[in-house]
Design a protein around this ligand. Structure first.
Ligand code: ATP
Ligand code: MG
Length: 290
């Protein structure tokens, strides 16, 4: 593991540094890494949906798949057939960044930089990755970086150019523990914020799943929002059409609210309702069938 804090601290307020050295104020975009430690909690799904939701708000957004060797983001965005070059091609200066950026099918202000499928995570040069993210910040309002699972080189390279972190956690003890570890590694520099994903209200009600309060009593992070465990998310993923393209379901709306909160709007964090319903109460009265 690289010494994490020092290089990131140096990278913090580089917009002012640029302005100071060139004399021309450069307004850099925000690079936000989506991370978790644990695999399969919904980082890629959340990256795709928040990318769409931010683009729908008119922001210029780049999605960077930093999961080298296991790329997925192109599939979730329905862009796999358009990918010609990938992250390592750019890092190794085989192609220009503009050539590797794939424009989204729905939004002309949304772009993807795909990961390499047949390369290894430790083939990424950390310094080059940091420079690349800075180059993207010059062109985009938001650079969302989809981090691989784990806390090894893939994690280091995914976070090196970011100034902010969103940690995605499912209501499982193992996921909470991994997020706790990741947040410890990130330190305060990344102002980590939390998305709790795949909450199942009926399991929370039955006391069989951690509640949002349980999770955050351990993590104590600013909550961006809660996303339900929702078949529509899986269906849309399989179609390559992120759910946030829609606005007519609770979960789609939740992604849009989270995007609004990221953009600094004062809207409530989307929650998943898991209060006991009348039918639950009736079931328990009739013999504990909850
Ligand atoms: N809110 C949700 N409701 C239902 N299914 C979901 C939800 N979020 C993610 N999933 C599903 O969970 C699975 C894992 O999601 P995803 O690939 O985004 O996780 P990940 O954290 O990026 O995984 P990895 O660590 O392997 O990169 C996928 O099948 C996805 O469709
Ligand atoms: Mg992923």
């Amino acid at each position: 593991m690289l010494p994490l804090r020092q290089p990131f601290d140096v990278a913090q307020d580089d917009s002012q540094a640029d302005a100071a050295t060139s004399g021309v104020p450069v307004k850099l975009g925000r690079a936000i890494v989506l991370t978790s430690g644990k695999g399969g909690v919904g980082k890629t799904t959340t990256t795709a949906n928040l990318g769409v939701a931010l683009a729908k708000r008119g922001a210029k957004v780049a999605l960077v798949d930093a999961d080298v060797g296991l790329r997925n983001l192109d599939i979730l965005m329905g862009l796999e057939s358009r990918v010609r070059y990938h992250l390592l091609d750019v890092l190794e200066e085989k192609v220009e960044l503009d050539e590797a950026l794939v424009r989204d099918k729905h939004f002309s202000n949304l772009f993807l930089l795909a990961a390499a499928q047949s390369r290894e995570k430790d083939e990424v040069n950390t310094e080059s990755m940091r420079d690349l993210i800075e180059e993207l910040r010059e062109q985009f309002d938001y650079v969302l970086i989809d981090c691989p699972a784990g806390i090894e080189m893939g994690f280091t390279n995914a976070v090196v150019g970011a100034q902010e972190a969103i940690v995605v956690c499912t209501p499982e003890v193992s996921a909470v523990r991994d997020v706790d570890r990741v947040v410890g590694l990130l330190g305060n520099a990344f102002s980590p914020k939390l998305i709790i994903n795949r909450v199942r209200p009926h399991l929370v009600r039955k006391g069989k799943m951690l509640s949002v309060e349980d999770v955050n009593s351990i993590l104590r992070l600013p909550l961006l929002g809660v996303i339900a465990d929702e078949p529509d998310v899986i269906v849309s993923t399989n179609k390559g059409e992120p759910l946030a393209l829609r606005t007519d379901t609770e979960t789609a709306k939740a992604y849009h609210s989270i995007a609004a909160r990221i953009a600094g709007e004062d809207v409530p964090a989307p929650m998943v309702e898991y209060k006991e319903t009348f039918m639950d109460k009736l079931g328990s009265l009739l013999g504990g069938r909850k």
